[in-house]
Ligand binder design. Structure first.
Ligand code: CTP
Ligand code: ZN
Length: 161
């Protein structure tokens, strides 16, 4: 359901992507994951700590003229497992997709333990993590048991982009 007061603060967009139901305070990290610096031509609206019946507080990111690649959606799922990705065309929501945080995350991150088998160049081992906690995210390396915190996930994606 549309929240009337939200529309007063952030208007609808014409073409692009709305990432909704982001945990409160995570919008800027979502932009980091997308590699959006603000220096691009896209018009971007960010709403932080909007009231949400489902999440208490939620963030919303609206990007005009940008669609997301599947790998970007997978990365967003790690820090915003309840996010909804809405594709907007001519002011209408033409596609609504819930991100999916799989039980096992493969290949999207590296383990922080330098001695982990997944970090050995000679071993054909794809880094894999299971989810210990969803909000905030806490992952466990399948091979060495090292915990990967939410902040570590964000740090890896910020450096990569
Ligand atoms: N939205 C937008 N511009 C549009 C259409 C929608 O910015 N032209 C935004 C809405 O403000 C909302 C999100 O995209 O934040 C999803 O829109 P809609 O599906 O209409 O809202 P809800 O039904 O509230 O979505 P949900 O059920 O996923 O909470
Ligand atoms: Zn490991």
């Amino acid at each position: 359901m549309m929240n009337g007061s939200e529309e007063l603060i952030v208007r609808k967009i014409r073409e692009g992507t709305v990432i909704d139901h982001i945990p409160g305070g995570q919008a800027l990290n979502v932009l980091k994951i997308l590699g959006v610096s603000g220096e691009e031509d896209h018009t971007i609206a960010i709403m932080i700590n909007a009231e949400s019946r489902k999440l208490g507080k939620k963030d919303i990111v609206k990007i005009e003229g940008r669609e997301l690649a599947p790998s970007e959606v997978d990365r967003i799922a790690i820090i915003a497992p309840k996010a909804t990705i809405n594709t907007i065309k001519n002011y209408r929501v033409t596609k609504k997709m819930k991100v999916k945080l799989p039980g096992e995350i493969r290949g999207l991150l590296r383990c922080t333990n330098p001695n982990c088998i997944s970090n050995k160049p000679r071993e054909p081992v794809i880094p894999s993590f299971t989810v210990a906690s969803r909000t905030p995210t806490l992952l466990v390396c399948k091979y060495c048991g090292t915990y990967i915190s939410h902040d570590e996930v964000v740090a890896q994606y910020t450096l990569a982009s």
